[in-house]
Design a binder for this molecule. Structure first.
Ligand SMILES: *Cc1c(COP(=O)(O)O)cnc(C)c1O
Length: 394
């Protein structure tokens, strides 16, 4: 029953992947155990020979984590999911597991800061060439992918300015170059965009964001097709140990039960807030994928079914104005996290994107007046009131 293919998303978020023990619990059990026992030495031998399916050690697999993995695989439409300790552990393992010295990686420039560091700094240390392109420019993708490439990494919509990458076109170009396509789908969530259906090979998440959704635990996930997950990813995962704690898996399982409700409500609120911000004289521009004013609106709507919970906007007057606005918020709080039920604002130029430098920020369109707002579950009217009173102080 839990894995019935005909169930719809909301039902799968509650029931898919459940393992119920013989004690008949309603809520998923928390198996806070590092190991598992065998009835005999013979059984242990058979388990290690893959003759009997049996949990062995929580670094490899754990029933609570397995329930989360099965649920995420079902809602993404992936063959296999492996959960990781953080989103970065997911991105790192997905990138490193299959690469060899001498190979080449092409990435969209607009990436989450640590993902950018892996491609720009870590990969070259292992003799892997890395090339960045403007993710919205297909000519740049075409040129970069005109030579054999092992892997493409991209994020759409991107952090923090919500740039959109054409998933269908870039996947086709990448495959011609021999590359697998890894998509960081954190901003869209599995509800609003299905990269595997659009041509991607691997999807990665920070479960810290909308999946927990209540700012409690870190987690991540890698999802893909059977052959790559089993032959390339699993040996790396089992032997390097980026495993998610069963406790955190259990918290994220609880978060997933309400994810569709939260993301739907928060996205509706984000759209209204973006529409409000667009009309404000002190705002230079507001970016939100479902608004016709978004420079890539049509592309966004061809691959997303909603705009997501994040809004990017630019205050006139640079850093001073942005700081004055943020310091005046009474409901919205300042934090670099996102996807929480609490509305959180970040000034990327001085925090998350400080280290990449002014020149790279300019290429990404991150001005000193730019603010990224992660819209929470508060009443939309209260959030608009908060923005209104804060704007009056700029
Ligand atoms: C947060 C985030 C990550 C990293 O996830 P952690 O759980 O913080 O390690 C990667 N990509 C994007 C787009 C994110 O928002």
């Amino acid at each position: 029953m839990p894995d019935s293919p005909k169930h719809r998303l909301a039902t799968d978020l509650i029931h898919a992947g459940r393992i119920r023990t013989n004690l008949s619990e309603t809520s998923e059990a928390l198996f806070l155990t590092s190991g598992f026992v065998y009835d005999s030495a013979d059984m242990a031998e058979a388990v290690f020979n893959n003759q009997i399916p049996h949990f062995q050690y929580t670094r490899f697999a754990n029933p609570t984590v397995a329930m989360l993995e099965a649920k995420l695989a079902k809602i993404e439409g992936a063959d296999i999911c492996r959960a990781t300790a953080t989103g970065m552990a997911a991105v790192h393992a997905a990138i490193m597991c299959g690469l060899r010295a001498g190979q080449r990686v092409v990435a969209a420039r607009a990436l989450f800061g640590s993902c950018h560091w892996i491609v720009s700094t870590l990969l070259p240390q292992f003799g892997i060439e890395s090339v960045f392109v403007d993710g919205g420019n297909l000519d740049e993708w075409r040129a970069a992918l005109s030579v054999p490439t092992a892997l493409v990494l991209l994020e759409t919509p991107s952090n923090p300015m919500l740039d959109i990458v054409d998933l269908r076109a870039v996947s086709a170009l990448a495959h011609q170059a021999g590359a697998i396509v890894v998509v960081d789908n954190v901003f869209a969530t599995p509800l609003l965009q299905k990269p595997l259906e659009l041509g991607a090979d691997v999807v990665v998440y920070s479960a810290t964001k909308h999946m927990d959704g209540q700012g409690r635990v870190l987690g991540g996930a890698v999802l893909g097709r059977k052959q790559w997950m089993e032959d390339v990813f699993q040996p790396y995962f089992r032997n390097t140990g980026p495993t998610l704690s069963p406790f955190n898996a259990w918290v994220i399982l609880k978060g997933l039960e309400t994810m569709a409700l939260r993301v739907t409500a928060q996205s509706a609120s984000a759209e209204k807030i973006a529409q409000f911000l667009e009309t404000q004289p002190k705002i230079e521009r507001a970016l939100y994928p479902t608004l016709p004013s978004h420079p890539q609106h049509e592309l966004a709507m061809s691959q997303m079914s909603g705009g997501g919970t994040l809004v990017a906007f630019e205050v006139k007057g640079g850093k001073d104005a942005a700081f004055r606005l943020m310091n005046a918020f009474q409901i919205i709080t300042i934090s670099n996290n996102l996807g929480d039920t609490k509305s959180l604002a970040t000034h990327p130029a001085t925090t998350t994107h400080m280290r990449i430098g002014a020149e790279e920020r300019a290429k990404l369109g991150i001005s000193d007046g730019a603010i990224r707002l992660s819209v929470g579950l508060e009443d939309t009217a209260d959030l608009i009131d908060d923005l209104t009173q804060a704007l009056a102080q700029v």
